[in-house]
Ligand binder design. Structure first.
Ligand code: HEC
Length: 182
């Protein structure tokens, strides 16, 4: 080979070297410093699951909206036996350990006059009302839904029981609140 051809060979090698370096450089960028954008953890055999961001609305609770229309009031009243140590259900019923619950659906949260609510519930209330889903979340696990509430009750874990309970609460009114649409 003459020098002209050697030049070509070196030129080709040089080009190859650049390509290899370049690929390495890119690969570094892609794989080695792979800084995952979503924080997560790996479960064996599964995909990385993005960590859910904690909110102060408590755990995700199965909605009861669709169950209300076919709920069983008698069963709801039975579930309600767990409440009567602390709450009254009748019209004009007085506040006991907890506030009277007559007409609670759509009533302003922490809105019973003369009851000494916890500062947690008062702060949570802002100008919210006891919608069906607020009641659903609160009754699932009061202390998770409103951290610091003074309601000493573990909660109603079964979705059907909560639906029956809330349908019963709804019935405790001269004019029960409209059922959710859908
Ligand atoms: C051991 C007593 C106790 C039991 C049992 C109990 N509660 Fe309560 N409840 C309270 C107290 C105390 C409060 C006030 C909470 C606060 O101020 O943080 C409260 C508040 C509430 C509120 C909010 C009222 C408002 O005016 O904002 C609802 C709704 C409620 N309870 C429903 C129920 C239901 C339904 C049950 C039964 C399934 C129940 N509670 C069982 C003590 C109790």
């Amino acid at each position: 080979m003459d020098s002209f051809e050697w030049n070509k060979v070196f030129g080709a090698l040089l080009a190859l070297a650049f390509v290899v370096l370049g690929v390495n450089f890119l690969a570094d960028g892609i794989f080695k410093h792979g800084n995952p954008e979503t924080a997560g953890f790996e479960i064996p055999g599964g995909e990385a699951i993005a960590a859910t961001t904690a909110t102060d609305t408590g755990p995700v609770v199965e909605p009861i909206g669709a169950l209300l229309a076919s709920a069983d009031l008698a069963k709801g009243e039975k579930v309600g036996k767990k409440c009567v140590a602390c709450h009254t259900f009748n019209e004009g019923g007085k506040n006991k350990v907890g506030p009277g619950l007559y007409g609670i659906v759509n009533r302003p949260i922490a809105g019973s006059d003369g009851f000494g609510y916890s500062s947690a519930l008062t702060a949570y209330a802002a100008d919210k009302t006891w919608t069906y889903e607020e009641l659903n979340g609160f009754l699932y696990k009061p202390k998770a839904h409103v951290k610091g509430t003074s309601m000493g009750f573990a909660g109603i874990k079964k979705t059907e029981d909560r639906a029956n309970m809330i349908a019963y609460l709804r019935s405790l009114a001269a004019e029960p609140a409209p059922l959710p649409e859908g």
